[in-house]
Design a protein around this ligand. Structure first.
Ligand code: MF3
Ligand code: CO
Length: 284
């Protein structure tokens, strides 16, 4: 028999706080609760905010330059130069062997697209640019969609609904809610609009590492998944598909995630801080 080890041990050397009591209560009820490391100190939060400001600067720069005829390698260069110019490091570069500084995912590519000289943005494309930054050891992560010129009404709707999914997920995330509350709200909105939610990839804790606990899944049941408490920093990044939710990884590069039916996909992402009042966007 394996003994259960408390994720939130009774704090020594200090009085119990209101937050301790709540977390201990939920753990007692059998819920997954954060470990102390997932609750950031004010100093760590300040560092993540600095990192996020650079990350937002990168996305604003990409937004100002992106256009038809540009290659995704040019986007990669913009990201690399801006980031390094601000004494920061693009987090994707060499991450588990990822070869570039940013993920660029066009149309049926869901995420983790690799920038290339040979990939030229075309009128009507929808593209996700996913930027992640390390500054003084602190990580931030956000992505936006861009519509190149004019696209079809269906693709426009997909981009809009994916953004609404992020906003809705953000609104339901109150202190002492669960990851499943966010996922449930997102899935509901996607389905209501005739779209599906990718299940194989999720949001994540972020800040001291690129990917920390919890897994922020974008589907599911209310009251399930990890308890979210003030001081936690994590992303919400729903990937919404026009057709099936099923995806596969391109066998040639082992990175690019593509929809199984090759219909388009859209994604928006922010890094958030949970506060006493709800989520604060750090990457805007
Ligand atoms: N921003 C992506 C995420 O949220 C990370 C992709 S970076 C890669 O996890 F190197 F893994 F491609
Ligand atoms: Co992310």
């Amino acid at each position: 028999m394996k003994l259960y080890r408390r994720r939130w041990p009774v704090p020594k050397n200090r009085e119990l706080t209101e937050m301790d009591r709540k977390i201990m209560f939920y753990e007692e009820q059998g819920h997954l609760v954060p470990t102390p490391k997932l609750i950031k100190t004010p100093e760590q939060i300040a560092g993540i905010i600095e990192s996020s400001k650079i990350n937002t600067g990168v996305l604003d720069l990409v937004e100002s330059k992106i256009k038809a005829g540009m290659s995704t390698a040019e986007i990669d260069k913009l990201v690399y130069d801006f980031t390094v110019g601000h004494d920061a490091i693009p987090a994707p570069l060499n991450y588990e062997g990822f070869p570039k500084s940013v993920c660029t995912s066009i149309n049926e590519v869901v995420c983790h697209g690799i920038p290339s000289e040979d990939e030229i943005l075309q009128e009507g494309d929808i593209i996700n640019v996913d930027v992640s930054t390390i500054y003084k050891g602190y990580f931030s992560d956000a992505s936006r969609m861009f519509i190149i010129g004019k696209t079809t009404p269906q693709k426009e709707k997909l981009v809009r609904v994916a953004k609404e999914c992020l906003e809705i997920g953000m609104k339901v995330a109150k202190p002492y809610c669960f990851v499943g509350d966010i996922g449930h709200a997102i899935e509901r909105h996607a389905k209501k609009n005739g779209f599906s939610v990718v299940r194989d990839l999720c949001g994540h804790g972020v800040g001291l590492e690129f990917h920390e606990e919890p897994d922020v899944v974008h589907y599911g049941r209310q009251g399930t998944g990890m308890l979210l408490v003030p001081g936690m920093v994590f992303t919400i990044e729903p990937m919404i598909n026009m057709g099936t939710w099923k995806v596969f990884i391109d066998a040639d590069d082992d990175w690019t995630v593509v929809t199984e039916d090759e219909l388009p996909s859209a994604q928006w992402e922010h890094t958030f801080l949970m506060t006493e009042k709800g989520l604060k966007i750090l990457t805007q």
